[in-house]
Write a protein that binds this ligand. Structure first.
Ligand code: ADP
Ligand code: MG
Length: 324
């Protein structure tokens, strides 16, 4: 079982940033609205995630480190009706197999919390402790027992940049959650958690970006779209400021990149990338997030119709804007 988890970890836990993503998504699934992310040495020596979510009942604590242990799929039907970010039950099993992990958690309906310690996937200790409702997970010495994979990691700085990128995407995707992100004790990100996308964009990127956005909001039978697109002042040479979320999940979608690019190009001849922070809401039954374990690439039904409709909506929005 542990060997299988070590192998599986290669898919789910490629690097520190993938661990941060999985753990923060678990916190979001647990209903947290405050999440603290602390890292040291690019996450290689320490990753700590603290949330104020619902916590884990003491009787369930061991179970969540087992492979395919997910509390999120009750019936198989749920797989096609996915509203939570996690569903594979692979993350914790994979992460604990290749690290030294300590979790303290207290379930909202229980008086006492639990602290559990695992080394390379083996439970070393479990005890009752006093704790606030929520969960805190500490991951130390990533890949200590898989040296080949450890060697494959990039420099601390490069790994840190990857983590920062993931935190930025999550924080903008969840403006109702207050994110605090610290590297070696130094505050890197601190979003207000006021539910406003623009506030999150301002605290993560800049006032300049947040002040050059056009609000979008469109609802048709196929989909709903909301968020912001950049105005004429803030193009970028890369896609770093193109955030697209489908049902709350950050995705890379060529269909939507193209829709946006075509809308801008139809008005202004430009070969740079527009800025956008877009939430696309689709019937979860019509989205397939299951094609990649990192869950970044997606497929959905009626892609071409959706692409065209988004293109036309954004084009109309831009035209209206330039008349003002
Ligand atoms: P998945 O998210 O796919 O269900 P994970 O391995 O990420 O699988 O987590 C396993 C289970 O552990 C989750 O289904 C959930 O019940 C529990 N869990 C993990 N992290 C948290 C958290 N921060 N708060 C509450 N429950 C959690
Ligand atoms: Mg998960």
């Amino acid at each position: 079982e542990i060997t299988i988890n070590k192998i599986a970890a290669g898919e789910v836990v490629e690097r520190p940033s993938s661990i941060v993503k999985e753990l923060v998504e678990n916190s979001i699934d647990a209903g947290a609205d405050r999440i603290i992310i602390e890292v040291e040495n690019g996450g290689k020596s320490l990753i700590k995630i603290t949330d104020n979510g619902c916590g884990i009942p003491s009787s369930e604590v061991k179970k969540c480190f087992l492979r395919h242990a997910t509390s999120k799929i009750d019936k198989i039907d749920d797989l096609f009706n996915l509203f939570t970010l996690g569903f594979r039950g692979e993350a914790l099993a994979s992460i604990c197999a290749v690290s030294k992990l300590e979790m303290t958690t207290k379930f909202e309906d229980e008086a006492v919390g639990t602290k559990i310690t695992l080394v390379g996937g083996n439970i070393e200790a479990k005890e009752a402790v006093g704790a606030n409702t929520g969960t805190s997970i500490v991951i130390k010495d990533l890949f200590f027992n898989t040296p080949a994979r450890k060697k494959f990691l990039k420099t601390d700085h490069a790994e840190l940049m990857n983590i920062t990128d993931i935190v930025n995407k999550l924080a903008i995707g969840y403006p109702n959650v207050k994110f605090r992100y610290l590297n070696a004790g130094k505050l890197m990100v601190n979003t207000p958690g006021d539910g406003k996308l623009v506030s999150a964009v301002r605290s993560i990127y800049s006032r300049e970006v947040s002040e050059n956005l056009i609000e979008i909001n469109y609802d048709c039978s196929l989909f709903k779209i909301d968020g912001y697109i950049g105005n004429n002042n803030i193009y970028r040479s890369n896609r770093n400021l193109q955030h697209i979320y489908i049902n709350g999940r950050f995705v890379k979608s060529k269909i939507i990149y193209d829709a946006i690019a075509n809308a801008y190009k139809s008005i202004i001849p430009i070969n740079k990338h527009a800025v956008c922070f877009i939430n696309l809401h689709l019937d979860p039954q019509k989205v397939d997030v299951n094609i990649h374990p990192g869950k970044i690439e997606v497929k959905f039904e009626k892609e071409n119709e959706i692409k065209l409709e988004i293109m036309e909506y954004i084009r109309a929005k831009l035209l209206k804007q330039s008349l003002i």
